[in-house]
Ligand binder design. Structure first.
Ligand code: C2E
Ligand code: MG
Ligand code: MG
Ligand code: MG
Length: 281
């Protein structure tokens, strides 16, 4: 009986494995086609100055609209694109679209920052710096408007190589953000060695404010540390007015989250400006 049960368990387990492997294979195959058929769209989530309600920038967040599966979220396909190397081509598309978006905004008199997520492979790619340099030249986007988001783990593998790459990127005039800050394992002493400009406080610390006093302490400490290191700080995942107030009381004014807006397609920007009463300055 135990044997039969074991066999059934194994059978069930292998079926589950198969389903996961099949989904992975499906996504992998469809990704190649999706790149060719342009099934990707960038959504933009505003970063708002809570003092003035003005949009200061946007984070570009990729969306995949699959013809039969509907919207496939980035958390489902970015890791697969990363593992297969397709991320290099996909990431290049994100960079190009983001530069063009920033240039369109600038042409409307809206000089906003655009934050772009880089993947580990993309960051390590020797072609990243020349590629970005040529996009900046070709789109005429002011380089200081581009903020590249990296995670702590991307910097911690080969520290010397990461520092060199960061200096080369910074030489183009772009800024560097540490995304999901506090969730990785970077030490504070390392942080000082990296030429970074912005820390993004991870949503996991913000989401339970004001109920979780530990999270409030951690958030306040990250903001205070950022200030000591002369880094700008952006809070992610801000959903409530209480969270906005807490952040303001702790000297963090740039916020990103559903409280102001979810990520939206470019066509919805006029509605956002109306809601925030954000006229062109
Ligand atoms: P991330 O860079 O940390 O982006 C923030 C995520 O939090 C986004 O999820 C955003 O939609 C979500 N978010 C923003 N405000 C709120 C809020 O108030 N509440 C809640 N619950 N969520 C909020 P999304 O768009 O699903 O992206 C997930 C992750 O996928 C991103 O995390 C990023 O790591 C990755 N990603 C997205 N686009 C790209 C891309 O173009 N390239 C690369 N390499 N990665 C990307
Ligand atoms: Mg990000
Ligand atoms: Mg983040
Ligand atoms: Mg995140």
């Amino acid at each position: 009986e135990a044997k039969a049960k074991g066999r059934n368990t194994y059978h069930f387990y292998s079926q589950e494995l198969n389903a996961a492997a099949n989904e992975r294979l499906f996504i992998e195959n469809e990704l190649r086609l999706a790149l060719k058929e342009k099934q990707f769209v960038l959504y933009y989530q505003p970063q708002v100055d809570s003092k003035t309600q003005h949009v200061v920038g946007y984070e570009a967040l990729i969306r995949w609209f699959h013809p039969t599966q509907g919207m496939i979220p980035p958390t489902k396909f970015i890791p697969i694109a990363e593992a297969t190397g397709l991320i290099v081509e996909l990431g290049a598309w994100v960079l190009q679209e983001s530069c063009e978006f920033a240039a369109r905004l600038a042409a409307q008199g809206r000089e906003n920052n655009i934050s772009i997520n880089l993947s580990a492979r993309q960051f390590k790619d020797a072609n990243l710096v020349p590629l970005l340099a040529s996009m900046i030249r070709q789109t005429n986007v002011p380089a200081r408007r581009l903020h590249l988001e990296l995670t702590e783990s991307m910097l911690m593998g080969n520290v010397e190589a990461a520092i060199t790459q960061l200096h080369q990127l910074k030489a183009l005039g772009v800024s560097i953000s540490i995304d999901d800050f506090g969730t990785g394992y970077s030490s504070l002493s390392y942080l000082k060695r990296f030429p970074v400009d912005i820390l993004k406080v991870d949503r996991s610390f913000v989401k339970d404010i004001p109920e979780d006093t530990n999270d409030m302490e951690i958030t306040a400490a990250i903001i205070a540390m950022a200030q000591k290191l002369k880094l700008n700080v952006v809070a992610e995942g801000v959903e409530t007015i209480e969270q906005v107030a807490f952040l303001q009381n702790n000297n963090c004014f740039i916020v990103q989250g559903y409280y102001y807006s979810p990520p939206i397609p470019e066509s919805e920007l006029p509605k956002l400006f109306e809601k925030l009463n954000d006229t062109i300055r």
